[in-house]
Design a protein around this ligand. Sequence first.
Ligand SMILES: Cc1cc2nc3c(=O)[nH]c(=O)nc-3n(C[C@H](O)[C@H](O)[C@H](O)COP(=O)(O)OP(=O)(O)OC[C@H]3O[C@@H](n4cnc5c(N)ncnc54)[C@H](O)[C@@H]3O)c2cc1C
Length: 508
Amino acid sequence: MTGEGATPETNEMLTGDAYLESLQDGREVWYDGEKVTDVVNHRAFRTSARVIASLYDALHDPATADTLTMVDRFGHRTHRFFAPSYTPDELRGARDAIAVWQRMTFGWMGRTPDYKAAFMAQLAEGHSYYGDYGANALDWYRRCASRVLYLNHVLIDPPVDRNRPRSEVDDVFVSVVSENDRGIHVTGAKMVATGSALTHGTFVAVNSGVAARMEPGRDDHMALVFMVDMSTPGLKLICRPSYEAAARHPFEAPLASRFDENDAVVVFENAFVPWENVFVYRDVPRAKGFYAESGFFNRYNLQSATRLSVKLEFAAGLLMKCAAASGTDDFRAVQTAVGEIIAMREVLWSMTIAMVSEPEPGIGGTVVPRLQTAAASRLYATNAWDRVRALFETYLAGAPIYTVSSPADLLNPDLRPILDRYFRGTGLDAHDRIKLLKLCWDALYSEFAGRHALYERNYAGNQEQQRLDPLNWARARGDTDRFQALIDECLAGYDLEGWLPAANLRDS
Ligand SMILES: Cc1cc2nc3c(=O)[nH]c(=O)nc-3n(C[C@H](O)[C@H](O)[C@H](O)COP(=O)(O)OP(=O)(O)OC[C@H]3O[C@@H](n4cnc5c(N)ncnc54)[C@H](O)[C@@H]3O)c2cc1C
């Protein structure tokens, strides 16, 4: 990389206010039959926008700035995960910065701006992968790192006609429709872009599952990797229902009303992408390779594992408090459930320690988490939350449904004495018990909770791909040969006559 030590430090990182202002750029967001003119103040997005703004403020807060930020080799002060890591210590610092933001959201926002930094940071060194478009990739690194941009990504085709060759579904899947000396026009849709209404740009590419279905020649017009500013004409976001908008009161939905990351379908209608935003164009091998070769996979699993570790801490604390409110916390079976969640948190956090302590070489002198560890972490993480839900359902059982319809019940003077008598918890009054159990409802059983369960299971590719990737990478790296060699060694130690010298048994 150029510029090491030569460039004076610049600090252009967005503040919370600057972030909110940057969203008012004419983007086309559709919600409830209407075009949203101001996402920052719209009921579907306003609180979650302010939560993200608070993450930006933390970059500038003396209490958190040192843990969160560093100066990259270009002189940009940036979030530690937005810069490439060159040593295990830098990677550990990046992990700790991820954890600071996640503790601010209790692990309930999967796509905070650091998620996509898993990819963007690698462009500092990995831009040459993109050949003629390499300068664009390097420019985007600098734009993203210097301002700590919030990017979303879309990698998956819409769930239709998966049984046909990709190229036959170009009425729906994203493809290029024309090009000129200024850029390309693209049309098509992508499966959901989480958080996109509140981001600065969309990164468009394919993941390993989609890539496996692409063929040179046949799929060239769909072999694209590019970046789109959210205000691009022709880019439309079609949002799912907002749980934030549906939440009537923080007391009822303390998580949904604050941490809802709307998953919008992204549609391009002849959207113009200038050449400077194109990374891969009509190039199947490069479009297929970016996912595995950029280090994105290795790094996003560090962000995800750190995030879920915090969420598991939250789950453990919540189950302890809710069980205590029912007077069941001293029972042996209930304690096993808490212990299991704590152990799950330890397993996942230990995987982050392995990822930062024993990384592998990445592009251009960087270090990235070891591929096999990242793949194992992905598989563990995407199945962990399901277990947490089962533990709550089994050991907290029906307690969360023993509640009132809204805070208004607690404010009604005729009803309140009844509630105070019959809704008290063990060691806490009715108000505090209802408040606690409503938090539990929002975390485990509400519509917001259902979406979280779906997210945890699917955010990192389908379940088969999550299992095939570890196998394929173990094959590529010789692990499967080693594993089978162990069996050969064991088999070589005996035959029909009995033990053989290869068994290495002592005489007596
Ligand atoms: C809440 C949520 C948020 C998300 N956010 C994002 C985001 O921000 N960005 C993004 O890019 N994606 C996002 N996604 C999409 C997510 O990445 C996908 O859901 C995930 O990769 C699984 O893909 P799929 O849903 O298309 O399932 P599929 O891949 O269709 O899998 C479903 C089943 O069908 C089988 N199957 C499908 N196709 C084939 C085939 N050709 N041959 C054999 N078997 C096949 C699979 O093996 C599997 O058993 C999000 C999803 C959710 C639920």
